[in-house]
Design a protein around this ligand. Structure first.
Ligand code: ZN
Length: 109
């Protein structure tokens, strides 16, 4: 199970989402996006309601809890074309946060 998960991560990283991001964002923003994408690799997506509601939980949940929440609720809209996360990064900066990126890989796979 863990092995499969790691393989899937390799396949999704640098996939169509990153290519798309490179086209729509400026270089500076793209660098930030890549950081967020890397950070998203540290989260696992837990399904709450299929296709609608997910929780992005840090793999090292008990450790990161000291400085961040470590667990974020992500809502999926329109079958994966729109996302909202409780951390609010996307709403405030227009950049999908690592939690949204992690959950979105389920829909791009
Ligand atoms: Zn978030």
């Amino acid at each position: 199970m863990l092995f499969l998960e790691q393989n899937m991560k390799k396949m999704t990283f640098g996939g169509p989402l990153v290519v798309h991001a490179h086209k729509v964002y400026t270089l500076k923003v793209f660098a930030l996006f890549c950081e967020l994408k890397e950070e998203s690799e540290f989260y696992r997506a837990l399904e709450v309601v299929e296709g609608i509601h997910y929780v992005a939980e840090h793999y090292d949940f008990s450790r990161v809890q000291r400085w961040c929440k470590g667990k974020y609720e992500v809502q999926v809209h329109q079958g994966g074309s729109k996302y909202t996360c409780e951390c609010g990064l996307f709403e405030h900066f227009g950049l999908p946060c690592s939690h949204i990126l992690r959950v979105s890989t389920l829909f791009f796979a």
